[in-house]
Ligand binder design. Structure first.
Ligand code: URA
Ligand code: SF4
Length: 188
């Protein structure tokens, strides 16, 4: 069995943190196991918990659209995962101990997929991968080396949805995706 499939099988049975109790299923991740471009969100919402796939609700539809418009690819060409793999009750923020418990799954995913560019969506993924407490407004607008890869932090699509389609958030997420695409172009 390929290593990522093996990791997924193990993660689907994970009970390392209390989020295991409230979940319908573990939402491990989806997409190309050797993708050059990876996205990391926060955690599954209601639809993701039910369907077992990340970003399939409203935020996911926006992500799919922006991926198409700014990068020119569909979700099958990238890999999409979250910081925590199980839905926090009522979509509350994941707690620090939940993020810490789940972290090895994400780190092993990144190691096996070995993407060239990782776009983090929202505060939680950026703060985890960049090991910082700075907020996304401060962090976004540039890229950061991450091993042999680059991290491009951007807003969470749900924040962009709340902010309206013509605001700074929408312009910012589009610019960040262009930045990610430029890194991909120079990396190959
Ligand atoms: N928001 C996230 O951060 N991840 C998902 O998978 C869905 C919504
Ligand atoms: Fe395991 Fe992560 Fe789910 Fe917690 S959130 S039970 S650490 S897979």
């Amino acid at each position: 069995m390929p290593a990522l499939a093996e990791l997924r099988r193990d993660a689907l049975a994970c009970t390392r943190c209390p989020l295991a109790k409230g979940r319908t299923q573990v939402v491990f991740g989806v997409g190309d196991p050797v993708a050059d471009l990876m996205f990391v969100g926060e955690g599954p919402g209601e639809q993701e918990d039910l369907q077992g796939e990340p970003f399939v609700g409203r935020s996911g539809r926006l992500l799919d659209r922006l991926l198409h418009e700014e990068v020119g690819v569909g979700r099958e060409r990238v890999y999409i995962a979250n910081v925590v793999k199980c839905r926090p009750p009522g979509n509350r923020n994941p707690l620090p101990e939940e993020v810490a418990a789940c972290r090895p799954w994400l780190e092993q995913q990144i190691e096996l997929i070995s993407p060239r560019v990782i776009v983090t969506l929202g505060n939680f993924a950026a703060q985890l991968l960049l090991d910082t407490r700075s907020g996304i407004k401060t962090l976004r607008g540039r890229s950061y080396p991450y091993g042999a890869a680059f991290v491009v932090p951007t807003y969470h699509p749900s924040y962009v949805l709340r902010s309206g389609s013509v605001g700074e958030a929408m312009a910012g997420i589009r610019a960040d995706l262009v930045r990610a695409k430029e890194h991909l172009a120079v990396a190959v």
